[in-house]
Design a protein. Structure first.
Length: 106
């Protein structure tokens, strides 16, 4: 069970106080999504479509991509994709390989 959260620093993390006294951090700028991917030489190489707010968005173009982490053992690899959908909307998608989880910036 979560107790009320407090904001934590400029990174916009929610800090939930658990009943056992531990804290759980949640990034409030990203929302979990389902993503369909092209897998070539590696798994989840690039997104091809995603489902967000009950709608399937076809990706027409990857505008930019970058990553962070991975070289530091304490930071898991995170891949970012700035994409344009078939109807012209632009979204920022994030893939956390450690958890095999995709999210969209809101």
């Amino acid at each position: 069970m979560f107790l009320p959260f407090r904001q934590k620093n400029k990174y916009f993390l929610k800090v939930y106080q658990m009943n056992d006294g531990k804290e759980l951090l949640a990034d409030v700028n990203y929302e979990p999504i389902r993503v369909e991917c092209y897998s070539g030489y590696k798994v989840n190489e690039r997104p091809t479509a995603f489902t967000y707010q009950g709608r399937r968005w076809e990706i027409a173009e990857i505008l930019d991509r970058w990553y962070e982490g991975s070289t530091d053992a304490g930071r898991p690899a995170i891949d970012y994709f700035k994409v344009r959908t078939a109807d012209g909307q632009v979204f920022l998608l994030r893939y956390l390989s450690l958890f095999d989880a995709w999210s969209v910036r809101v």
